[in-house]
Design a protein around this ligand. Sequence first.
Ligand code: GLU
Length: 255
Amino acid sequence: MRIVIKVGTSTLAYSTYRLNIQRVKKLVEVISDLENAGHEMILVSSGAIAMGAGKLMLADRPSDIPTKQAAAAVGQCELMYTYDNMFSEYNHTVAQLLLTGNDFHSDERRTNFTNTIARLLELRVIPIINENDTVTTDEIKVGDNDTLASQVAVNVNADLLILLSDIDGLYTSDPHTNKDAKLINVVDHLDEKILTLGEDSHGSLGTGGMKTKLNAALRCVENGCEMVIANGDKPENIYAILKGEQVGTRFVRRQ
Ligand code: GLU
């Protein structure tokens, strides 16, 4: 299978904006193991801005664009250094791809990007993708990595996209404010009613929320790719997801 895994900032980092080493180690182990088993693995990783903010010892996640971009430039190095080291322990090679919205809008750029990914996968490299935060402005940015991951998944004809986040999946209402909210296990038909469940929800450390995840699911299922939203606190859950066991919320692709 060709599998895209997107990992959010809240999964990779503590609220101190420092790396959750144990979590990232486990994630790297699982992805390496699945690649060894014959799957083609692509990672879409957030965390550049948070890592940069941590390393620069900024008091908070930056809100102005130049500081965000500076933090992303610093943090992206830190992220890739960490991934490169950790994946090397399992004898895997990683590659960094930084994309913007324009790369999906232009046929030429999209073809370049998909050709590069195809060749990297043939070479058994694990591509690690993030938005090119240092050069993006409002007009050209994808904006959040849920959207970016779904664009990647659809363009590389992935079989499955797994969004790892700090929430267990899609609930019947916001579980932070409604204790009776129930986890939805499977969404067979992603319709307007389901899409409205994502209104007004925000992620804690990153930029995505449930709304961006549902829009990502819509893009995937309409283009033949299955998607799962699951909690990233236990990366070994990815094994259970591949076995079709009940973890998080599964969005069934339209035939
Ligand atoms: N590209 C951003 C970063 O690496 C993350 C975007 C997101 O959280 O969705 O910090």
